[in-house]
Write a protein that binds this ligand. Structure first.
Ligand SMILES: [Zn+2]
Length: 118
């Protein structure tokens, strides 16, 4: 790198505030680390945060701390990873129709019937 380019990069880095600097570090980490592990959708930084891997080419993957993961939202990813949709723990209306039907049966939708005990 020539002197001028080095100087410009240095000035640029100094112009960043702490948040921008942190974000840039995370991006650089993701870019570097992700190139070595392209099969991983998310990478853990030294700050214990997760960054998306720009080199990952698989199905849209849920954030590692996302739970439950809805197999409807991530159908492709569940297939790719061979995950069982029954164990997802998701209670959305599409994943748990029986639970929702029970809840509907227990709680009347009739506006004249007041379920509220208070
Ligand atoms: Zn769901």
């Amino acid at each position: 790198m020539d002197y001028q380019a080095e100087r410009e990069e240095s000035l640029y880095n100094e112009s960043l505030n702490q948040g921008e600097h942190f974000a840039q570090q995370c991006r650089q980490f993701g870019n570097h680390e992700g190139a070595q592990q392209p099969e991983r959708a998310w990478l853990t930084t030294n700050y214990d945060t997760q960054v998306p891997n720009p080199h990952y080419k698989g199905a849209k993957a849920p954030h590692p701390e996302e739970y439950p993961v809805c197999p409807v939202d991530y159908a492709e990813y569940f297939k790719q990873e061979g995950w069982d949709t029954k164990d997802s723990g998701c209670e959305c209306k599409e994943c748990d129709p029986v639970g929702w039907a029970q809840a509907d049966a227990e709680y009347s939708t009739d506006p004249d019937v007041d379920d509220c005990p208070f």
